[in-house]
Ligand binder design. Sequence first.
Ligand code: SR1
Ligand code: MG
Length: 396
Amino acid sequence: MMTIATKQYEALTDETAIALARSLYPFPEGAELVCREIGDGNLNYVFQIKDPKSGKGLIIKQALPYAKVVGESWPLTLKRAVIEANALQKHGEFAPGLVPVVYATDEELAITLMEDLSHLTIAREGLIQGEAYPKLSEDIGEYLARTLFHTSDFALHPFEKKRLAAEYSNPELCKITEDLIFTDPFFNNDTNDYEPELQSVVEAIWNNAPLKLEAAKLKFSFLTEAEALLHGDLHTGSIFASESETKVIDPEFAFYGPIGFDVGLFLANLMVQSITRQGEERQIVLSHTEKTWDVFSARFTQLWEQEGIEAFKETAGYKEFVLEKIFRDTLGFAGCELIRRTIGLAHVKDLDGIEDAEQRIRLKKQTLQIGEALILKRAELTSIGALTGLLEELQP
Ligand code: SR1
Ligand code: MG
């Protein structure tokens, strides 16, 4: 991995991105490179630079000093580019093949040069088009178990774990999550965004004292429980996929947090997709939901038994206690994500893209209903089958 000779921050253009790519990547002599800005996320620019003749290409991702989704009025640290590049490499140590290869980084320019994944599709887009992605849940279950186990106290010396927790201190990006997922949707806040037809259900959330108490507890966990190096934003828009490949991208929200947050965010985004599907198509996504947890918990168990360093690792009931805690957190965090993706800031195309207004509102109400149930009943839902059972009961 290379470090680029730095200069002062400036936003890349197609021309400067091409020049940078040419200086850092072995494109054929005289190659006529083409550049496209392909970023459709909320925060960054993503340039794809390609030599159409040889088919060789790479990605340059550049953080902007503000949140693209809102504009310059929302300043945002450029340090997130370093966090992202380092997290890609750290997670790549444990889940090789499931994250893109990083070629070079530059802290001043806030850029990362990485493997071109343009032969793959963003999983959210593909799922909306009806793709089944047969490897998705197995790969993400593996990714979650390997990255989270290996960066936790169950695998690391406490000095190394705390060194990493300090390295990945990411207060500004965490604050976005604290506000957008855990706080704002539960109050009458300006960042919320919902159709007038949802006004009464939204107000019912703001007035639901038991729900708010549980949301507060989940926020407290997110704020305080430094269990493992999380991806921090593992929704289906942070995953590239095909029939045979899965790559997790965009860990700029990485920090030391509760393991169930990564698992819960991914499952919530699968749940949104399952709510929009019917019949056999819905079953495919529900199977992914179950398999993600099954693969995650089986691999986590295996790593615990074979590679765990915790003195209590063989104490009867301890491993089960840890996995039950992760599962309960997973459900609660998933519930908060479902509510925020429906009425908070940064919606998802799965729901907002439904053109029939009546159907869209009906499915959004179902999403909110499942979100609330997961938060309130997370201690009673003790198996992944109990979760998918809730989704199976929904009227298509
Ligand atoms: C202002 S950022 C909005 C959302 O986009 C990111 O992908 C995170 O999910 C964040 O909450
Ligand atoms: Mg992102």
